[in-house]
Design a protein. Structure first.
Length: 115
């Protein structure tokens, strides 16, 4: 692990502990439930679309998590399986997971499950 990767992991852990929300995922394949502190983005939060410009997308929910969290989520969703994650008493149907530019951070996009 490079020095930068070590700093990134430490920073993600500290900010997640302070600002993150506890999320729970029970994989559809029956493996053990996983929990992690994630950065939750709900439709009530504005999405920046440019300098001093924001947009609200009422059906876009997302969580941002680090590489050592939710092991197998991206692979499962990439196979077309809709996985469910609960955060702040909201259950999301995760339909897409993208890797951010650093390759260590993931963003899972979803919508309200059964709702």
């Amino acid at each position: 692990m490079s020095t930068f990767d070590g700093f990134e992991a430490a920073l993600f852990g500290v900010t997640g502990a302070i600002f993150g929300d506890l999320a729970t995922w029970t994989p559809s394949n029956g493996t053990l439930q996983q929990q992690a502190r994630v950065f939750f983005k709900s439709p009530n939060d504005p999405i920046s679309i440019g300098q001093n410009k924001f947009e609200y997308r009422p059906y876009d929910y997302s969580i941002e998590y680090y590489i050592n969290q939710f092991q197998g989520l991206k692979e499962s969703v990439d196979k077309g399986i809709i996985e469910e994650i609960t955060v702040k008493d909201i259950t999301l149907a995760i339909r897409e997971v993208r890797t951010k530019f650093d390759g260590q951070t993931f963003i899972a996009f979803g919508e309200l499950a059964n709702g």
